[in-house]
Design a protein around this ligand. Structure first.
Ligand code: GDP
Ligand code: IMO
Ligand code: MG
Length: 421
């Protein structure tokens, strides 16, 4: 029996999805990215080397499997070209194993300019976008103006490009944001040549035929549930559905084909960019977490904001995604702390709640914490032999979410991974 499993982030991104996908990939025939684009930075470490992927699925180092960039993704060909060249320096040439959906949207140089201009216009209330053109590209998709990867092999591509570019330039001029982009435009057209070397097709057929033929598929999410366009801390979110539902629309997979949903979370929380973060530690403890966890963005290098684990938010994410297994990442980062805190409810106007509030953007609520005893972990003990305080932490989260934690990650390397038998 074929299976489709989904792996996605339950917090504000950067939970360790890249590492987890790379680890699991050999169990699958296909790994497929279903949303987001070059705003993502997925880190993989093995054999003493570190790799950061932005648009290419994290199964790419397992050369025996097929990797797909699905229709829900937005692709920047310039970033794609860089990723391919980088892979080549590690003797990986995915031209035969990486397939692109003809329906994935194309990020134009002017989408990136629009991202900058719109963020500038927002001033203090800016989203903190990665400025990779994500919002404007999804806006064009929904507005039905967008260009798709399938268009780049059509003879009228340049005309379509010029038409959309003119629309963008008109908006940029209205916004008073005029920047020369001839160099970026030349890079863009140059990089399309690389893109054209890859198989571009209706990957929804490929995926569904694979399902019929008994193949196993892992759908890889980007960002995290709390950045979801519908359910995240709107408007401080990304512009796609980062939840399990996004895997259906972003790949063309029917909901009843999905089996396991692996929900990835850190043993604490981080966030890059603006927006509410109830358990944020704006003090030395937060600084310490950032240092210990090396919490700097894999895409932009920005320092990540750090704080304690937020159980109401984690429960919300488990509910929205139908998580069947939890993977807890970076438990090693908390090693050596005397106590570890978890937020288990919020207090708003004197009332307590365990629901992720609609008024998430105003800080008129308190976070109520429980303290648990810290742990010291050395090496990679088997799951049952993890320090008892770490196991108590695991059990407390399982009790709150009613979902089993089946993996604990204790370091960035592929090998530093502890699966529950
Ligand atoms: P992603 O976007 O979800 O793939 O996560 P990122 O790659 O942006 O960020 C996760 C960071 O944590 C990367 O630097 C990983 O190498 C690192 N990492 C992943 N798992 C662990 C872990 O268990 N322990 C430690 N210390 N680092 C980890
Ligand atoms: P991965 O896949 C963490 C954040 C940005 C910003 C908001 C909107 O590596 O987990 P966008 O560029 O999408 O318009 O930015 O979302 N953001 C991420 N934060 N990890 C990511 O991806 C992110 N992708 C976007 O910082 O706050
Ligand atoms: Mg990341």
């Amino acid at each position: 029996m074929s299976k489709v499993d989904v792996l996605l982030g339950l917090q504000w991104g950067d939970e360790g999805k890249g590492k987890a996908v790379d680890f699991l990939a050999p169990k699958y025939d296909i790994v497929a990215r279903f949303q987001g684009g070059p705003n993502a930075g997925h880190t993989l470490e093995f054999e003493g080397k570190k790799h950061i992927l932005h648009q290419i699925p994290s199964g790419v180092f397992r050369q025996e499997i097929i990797n797909i960039i699905g229709n829900g993704v937005v692709i920047d060909p310039i970033v794609f070209q860089k990723e391919i060249l980088n892979l080549k320096s590690f003797d990986i040439d995915p031209v035969k194993t990486l397939i692109l959906s003809n329906k994935a949207q194309l990020i134009l140089p002017t989408h990136k300019l629009l991202d900058k201009a719109l963020e500038k216009q927002k001033g203090e209330s800016k989203i903190g976008s990665t400025l990779r053109g994500i919002g404007p590209t999804y806006q064009d998709k929904m507005g039905r103006y967008g260009l798709r990867i399938g268009d780049i092999i059509e003879s009228d591509f340049e005309a379509k490009y010029n038409k959309l570019k003119s629309q963008h330039v008109a908006i940029l001029e209205r916004l008073g944001f005029v920047e020369d982009f001839t160099v970026q435009e030349a890079d863009f057209f140059g990089s399309l040549e690389i893109l054209r070397k890859f198989k571009i097709q209706s990957t929804e057929y490929l995926i569904n035929e694979a399902i019929l033929n008994g193949k196993d598929i892992l759908a890889e999410g980007a960002q995290g549930t709390l950045l979801d366009i519908d359910f995240g801390s709107y408007p401080f979110v990304t512009s796609s559905n980062t939840t399990t539902a996004g895997a259906c629309t972003g790949l063309g997979i029917a909901p009843n084909k999905i089996q396991d949903v692996f929900g990835i979370f850190k043993a604490y929380c981080t966030r890059v960019g603006s927006g509410p973060f109830p358990t944020e530690l704006k003090n030395d403890e937060g600084e310490e977490l950032r240092k210990l966890g090396n919490e700097f963005g894999a895409t932009t290098g920005r320092p990540r904001r750090c704080g304690w684990l937020d159980l109401p938010a984690l429960n919300y994410a488990c509910m929205l995604n139908g998580v069947t297994q939890l993977f807890m990442m970076k438990a090693d980062v908390l090693s050596g702390m005397r106590e570890v805190k978890v937020c288990y409810e919020y207090k708003i106007d004197g009332h307590t709640t365990r629901q992720f509030p609609y008024e998430y953007n105003n800080y008129k609520y308190q976070t109520i914490y429980k303290s648990l005893k810290g742990w010291v972990v050395e090496g990679i003990p088997t799951f049952d032999n993890l320090p008892s305080n770490l196991l108590s932490f695991v059990h407390a989260i399982e009790k709150s979410t009613s979902v089993p934690i089946t993996m604990v990650s204790l370091g960035p390397d592929r090998s530093e991974t502890d699966f529950r038998k």
